[in-house]
Ligand binder design. Sequence first.
Ligand code: GRF
Length: 201
Amino acid sequence: KRLVVLVSGSGTNLQALLDAIAETGPAYGAEVVAVGADRDGIEGLARAERAGLPTFVCRVKDYDSRESWDAALTEAVAAYEPDLVVSAGFMKIVGKEFLARFGGRFVNTHPALLPSFPGAHGVRDALAYGAKVTGCTVHFVDDGVDTGPIIAQGVVEVRDEDDESALHERIKEVERRLLVEVVGRLARNGYRIEGRKVVIQ
Ligand code: GRF
């Protein structure tokens, strides 16, 4: 199966996928064919280039509307004919055209236990709320923000001494393993989405 991965930052989730694929080989069931971003100059793109992968950048400010950005992103991803698109820290909300094209085969990883703490600051929000456990969620993307059908979750304890970055690092250790496991299973086994339920064969 062909994966396109979308990043906006350090790309450690992307790196976890690349490392798992390199170690497992074809038995993993998927390969990353391209990496896209919404901004230049990020470590996630450098990781892709070091892996010899094609990359593309679609910056919102280069387009005269959000819709035309969404159309450009859709075309850029479609050019690689992915079976599955993975948002691994991609910090933009995709639009109708992208979802029309890739809905049902577009997964996202979020650093909180959805439906708690959706949005761009899930780690900070859980900490501020005083949650005792938080974690990460891998889900299909729908037309909401972090609201699509949940595929898998991992739990991470919150420690009294945690600040946002310490907690986020601990979450990412779980998140990277969860994403690698889920993407591999979706790719190898196939799956069905029945309402809010995801059935992996
Ligand atoms: C991940 O925790 C992801 O859930 C969140 O941002 C982080 C991206 O980390 N949206 P990286 O770029 O994969 O290192």
